[in-house]
Design a protein around this ligand. Structure first.
Ligand code: CP
Ligand code: NVA
Length: 307
């Protein structure tokens, strides 16, 4: 049966681990899997800007033996001009999988419901699950087994990265803490879904308004931009409410002495994170960015095996 990857909890804990182990293997031996030999094509569609997602999918699809077809909404019929369902029916006759970076999660669901080929969320307003596979791979590489580790996301708790940390971290058996102002808390249904996942895996989920309390004793501290793509009109209000949530050296002092820092990038130094933390010795951001490649290759290999 076709499997899609629209949100982090589309994978069970065992499936997530299988993909992370495959990613580690592909990192050691980059051309070990060639499921797209032919070449078969994967469509990678962008309604929003991207550097990492575009590059890592293009390179990864080529390394799997395939042909990446990058489509931007500005010069296609997507983006309000044709429905996701109709687009999916056109693409599925010609491509092996569809990756889509978009706004509404509902569009991804409509696309997935309308097609027999795997659909992958390349970032939506609600979730960024490919990034989380890369983040979890990075944490495993540097800190070992995921289950039992404490990860704290500080900042815009309503953004795609915070919500994906809730779902992916809980699926991995981690203790996930979010520190955010009340107006920027995660969606209640996402918290509830993460709590259900945590019950199955032995992880836990907690939402704080106090960043100091949330970071105390954490293994990993994470943040993301205060102004996600599509939220630019809210910039002034966001900067005002979120300024107390900067990850800086003083905040990192409260985490474990060997705690690591992650950021999906692009970063705004001096806003959500100070430059000394982002560019400092505890930061794993460049490994994290590279791991997009290995994690997404593993994801595609795995999805194509299920089809
Ligand atoms: N982290 C991430 O998804 O980066 P891009 O927006 O550059 O793809
Ligand atoms: N939360 C950010 C992530 C960018 C990769 C955004 O959606 O803009």
């Amino acid at each position: 049966m076709t499997r899609h990857f629209l949100r982090d909890d589309d994978l069970s804990q065992a499936e997530q681990l299988e993909i992370l182990e495959l990613a580690s293997r592909l990192k050691r031996d980059r051309f070990a899997e060639r499921p797209l030999e032919g070449p078969r094509t994967v469509a990678v569609v962008f309604d929003k800007s991207s550097t990492r997602t575009r590059v890592s999918f293009a390179v990864g699809i080529a390394e799997l033996g395939g042909n990446p077809l990058i489509i931007t909404t500005a010069n296609s019929q997507l983006g309000g001009k044709e429905t996701p369902a109709d687009t999916a029916r056109v693409l599925e006759r010609q491509v092996a999988a569809i990756v889509w970076r978009t706004f509404a999660q509902a569009g991804l669901e409509e696309m997935a419901n309308g097609t027999r080929v795997p659909v992958v969320n390349g970032l939506s307003d609600d979730f960024h699950p490919c990034q989380l596979l890369a983040d979890l791979l990075t944490i495993r590489e540097h800190r070992g087994e995921l289950a039992g580790q404490t990860v704290t996301f500080v900042g815009d708790g309503s953004c795609n990265m915070a919500q994906s940390y809730l779902l992916a971290g809980a699926t991995a058996g981690m203790h996930v803490r979010i520190a955010a102002p009340a107006d920027y808390a995660p969606t209640p249904s996402v918290i509830a879904d993460a709590e259900r996942a945590a019950e199955r895996t032995g992880g836990s989920v907690a939402v704080f308004t106090d960043p100091q309390q949330a970071v105390a004793g954490a293994d990993v501290v994470v943040t993301d931009t205060w102004v996600s793509m599509g939220r630019e009109a809210e910039t002034a209000a966001r900067l005002e409410q979120l300024s107390r949530y900067q990850v800086n050296a003083e905040l990192m002092e409260l985490a474990k002495p060997d705690a690591n820092f992650l950021h999906c990038l692009p970063a705004d130094r001096g806003f959500e994170v100070s430059a000394d933390v982002l560019d400092g010795p505890r930061s794993l951001i460049w490994d994290e960015a590279e791991n997009r490649l290995h994690a997404q290759k593993a994801l595609l290999v795995w999805l194509l095996r299920q089809a």
